[in-house]
Design a binder for this molecule. Structure first.
Ligand SMILES: NC(=O)c1ccc[n+]([C@@H]2O[C@H](COP(=O)([O-])OP(=O)(O)OC[C@H]3O[C@@H](n4cnc5c(N)ncnc54)[C@H](OP(=O)(O)O)[C@@H]3O)[C@@H](O)[C@H]2O)c1
Length: 274
């Protein structure tokens, strides 16, 4: 599997396991199983209420901690300096680790002191509690401000991205500024696999529609994807997507799909096109 690297020190396997909305023993078992199958990138967050279950999996697995890329986040109501620090401390304790590989602001807040939050994020990296830092769900204008005005050494942005949602502007920006783009909800929670065009491509290659949707993302420079899968069969199918070979005709069909479908847009979401 390819590992995405950035000038700021990121080493992130391109395919990871999303853990929301798994909790407790179900989550622990799914993470242990994924690590057994060969996953080396796990995505969690305090908001998923499963960091302790992920931590339990890290203790159970034979795979050493240093071989695993671990991402966690901080919720948008904890972006003041002391609250952000406490959130990361709580995450480290729950995960049973001294450092996460990537620490991200989960959502931008409204009416917040952006500069102080970003300074804290950067300080936590400098103190070694997070090997890399990033942001999730930031629209382009805000990302630009963080990178160019505040000069934060971000390694990654995490946003919803799949065959039914265009993210070209963010992707161009991420590539130009040396950031990886992690695609969350990469299967559009099943909607991608329902598209006739995706089914047609899958039938042509004798693979699963979900594998077509995933490989389309993984073929793109600088893009990682974190599908959530709990069953062994789905986890393995997503790993096997790496072997699928799409051609130009397939990519043209996918490019022609409608690209405005946002699966995740809670009421606290930012104005996406800002
Ligand atoms: N930063 C953010 O704000 C944010 C927001 C949303 C999500 N995320 C992250 O992204 C991860 C993934 O997103 P998501 O869970 O929203 O959506 P998703 O990965 O697009 O879809 C997950 C669904 O697809 C099914 N699935 C997985 N592999 C499959 C396969 N090979 N064939 C058929 N079905 C398959 C899963 O079923 P089974 O479980 O039964 O296998 C599950 O129901 C989350 O777990 C989370 O870590 C981040």
């Amino acid at each position: 599997m390819r590992t995405l690297t950035t000038a700021n020190g990121l080493h992130m396997p391109q395919l990871g396991l999303g853990t929301w909305p798994m909790k407790g023993e179900e989550c622990t078992a799914a993470v242990v199983q994924a690590l057994e199958l060969g996953y080396r990138h796990i995505d969690t967050a305090p908001a998923y209420e499963n960091e302790d279950a992920v931590g339990q999996a890290l203790r159970q697995t034979q795979v050493p901690r240093e071989a695993i890329h671990l991402t966690t986040k901080v919720w948008w109501d904890k972006l003041q300096p002391a609250a952000m620090r406490q959130s990361l401390e709580d995450s480290l304790r729950a995960l049973g680790t001294e450092q996460v590989d990537l620490f991200m602001i989960h959502w931008p807040a409204k009416d917040w002191d952006l500069r102080r939050s970003i300074e804290t994020l950067v300080a936590l990296r400098e103190e070694g509690k997070a090997r890399n830092i990033g942001v999730a769900n930031f629209p382009l204008a805000l990302l630009r401000q963080v990178v160019e005005e505040l000069g934060a050494p971000l390694s990654a942005i995490q946003v919803e991205y799949h065959v039914l949602l265009d993210q070209q502007h963010l992707l161009d920006y991420a590539r130009a500024h040396g950031l990886a783009l992690t695609a969350y909800t990469p299967l559009a929670r099943g909607l991608a696999a329902e598209q006739p065009a995706i089914r047609e491509i899958a039938a042509k290659h004798g693979v699963l529609p979900s594998q077509v949707a995933l490989k389309w993302l993984l073929d793109q420079d600088g893009v990682a994807a974190i599908p959530k899968a709990s069953s062994r069969a789905n986890q393995q199918a997503n790993l096997d997507a790496l072997k699928v070979q799409l051609d130009d005709a397939d990519r043209a069909l996918i490019a022609a799909l409608p690209k405005g479908k946002r699966v995740v847009s809670p009421e606290f979401a930012p104005e996406w096109d800002a």
